[in-house]
Design a protein around this ligand. Structure first.
Ligand SMILES: Cc1cc2nc3c(=O)[nH]c(=O)nc-3n(C[C@H](O)[C@H](O)[C@H](O)COP(=O)(O)OP(=O)(O)OC[C@H]3O[C@@H](n4cnc5c(N)ncnc54)[C@H](O)[C@@H]3O)c2cc1C
Length: 356
């Protein structure tokens, strides 16, 4: 069956692209390898401004709002800072949030947005007049355009020759259930412990009632990340407050500078395009944003009936991503090199503690 657009991946990038396309007359197919709703290791913190990128109300799936940022430099030199009301991060549960966006897309698309889960894409083949997708199960689909929203470990980028030599940060997330008393005294803050492991940091984020995301990530050489998370948990949360711990790891593709993100018929979004803050590891906002831009560019392309050989419109995708996302990420590269390679102490004093 031939679709107008195939989206591979149902994370924030793919789900938001589907949502943006759902009001058009286009036939959309979203392909997801996991069964929905799927789990994604993630801290689940996002700035409230993300709601401007999503055209449905997300307040129903916001689990918590934080008020403070509590920072440490390798377990010492604590600073507590109050967020401005308009910038206080909101907390989500990723399986619920991502699936909510996708369901909204299916409802608004009333039959024109199809979801295919439990379906792993094994190849993407770009032809002159269409893109062909093959599944592990043997299924075959094609479309006029394809959005690669298949994250850090997806297939799309390598199949179409984009994003060669990506760099990954190693990270691991522990979902921790605590007792009520610990939650009540820590639910108002994001806790970040800079450089508590080499070239990285640890975090404790209050996701929802009695549940925290506690993780560590390193931008340096791979190390024994399980030993690091165990050490971090042991030193940060009193053992008698912990009721359950579930650990899962996942790589974070780190933004390395401007790259080509599209071909004639394929547009990469979110983690598949390495649109992740190279210092903080923040990626949800950029995934939502790039999914929205990809949808807008495809809609424009089809509305203006541009010939596929006309590359200008897809360059427009690269240009828009650079203008609206890439510039911000590029400026973070300076801080990445300062914080993780040259002068962690200075980074902490000047940019976390904000000493003059
Ligand atoms: C431990 C950890 C903590 C993090 N914490 C935060 C945080 O607090 N705040 C923040 O903003 N960011 C955080 N991030 C980053 C954030 O999770 C990602 O940037 C975000 O998930 C990117 O969204 P995406 O839609 O691009 O990709 P994903 O959410 O990874 O979605 C990709 C989807 O594609 C599917 N897929 C992959 N391959 C195939 C295939 N072959 N066929 C079909 N489907 C496929 C996957 O199953 C998945 O559902 C964290 C990341 C990690 C690893």
């Amino acid at each position: 069956m031939k679709y107008d657009v195939i989206i591979i991946g149902s994370g924030p990038a793919g789900a938001n692209a589907a949502l943006e396309l759902s009001r058009s007359d286009l036939h959309i197919l979203v392909i997801e390898k996991e069964s929905l709703p799927r789990k994604k290791p993630c801290g689940g913190a996002m700035p409230p401004s993300v709601s401007e990128l999503i055209r449905v109300d997300i307040s129903k799936v916001v689990k918590n709002r934080t008020g403070f940022l509590e920072s440490y430099y390798n377990y010492e030199d604590r600073v507590m800072e109050r967020f401005l009301e308009s910038e206080a991060p909101i907390m989500i549960d990723r399986s619920e949030f991502d699936y909510y966006l996708l369901k909204q897309a299916a409802v608004e698309g009333s039959g024109k947005v199809e979801l295919l889960d439990n379906s792993r894409v094994v190849s993407v083949d770009e032809k002159e007049d269409e893109v062909r997708v093959a599944l592990e199960s043997g299924g075959k689909y094609s479309a006029r355009y394809l959005i690669g929203a298949d994250g850090a470990l997806g297939k799309t980028a390598s199949c179409v020759g984009l994003m060669k030599k990506r760099k990954f940060a190693t990270s691991i997330d522990a979902e921790i259930i605590t007792d009520e008393q610990y939650y009540d005294t820590h639910s108002d803050r994001l806790h970040i412990n800079y450089f508590c492991l080499p070239y990285g940091y640890g975090w404790i984020f209050p996701k929802e009632k009695n549940r925290f995301s506690c993780g560590v990530g390193t931008w340096g050489k791979p190390l024994d990340i399980r030993a690091e998370i165990n050490r971090f948990i042991k030193r940060s949360i009193p053992e008698n407050c912990i009721k359950n711990i579930q650990i899962s790891g996942y790589p974070i593709p780190v933004f390395q500078g401007t790259r080509r993100l599209s071909t004639k018929r394929v547009l990469l979004t979110g983690d598949a395009a390495a649109l992740v803050d190279p210092v903080r590891g923040e990626g949800i906002r950029f995934a939502l944003h790039s999914g929205k831009i990809a949808a807008a560019v495809i809609l424009k392309l089809l509305r203006e009936n541009k010939k596929p050989s006309d590359q200008s419109i897809l360059t427009e995708y690269d240009k828009r991503v650079y203008e609206e996302i890439g510039k911000e990420l590029k400026s973070q590269l300076f801080f990445q090199s300062l914080a993780f390679h040259h002068s962690p102490g200075m980074y902490y004093r000047k940019f976390v503690k904000r000493e003059a």
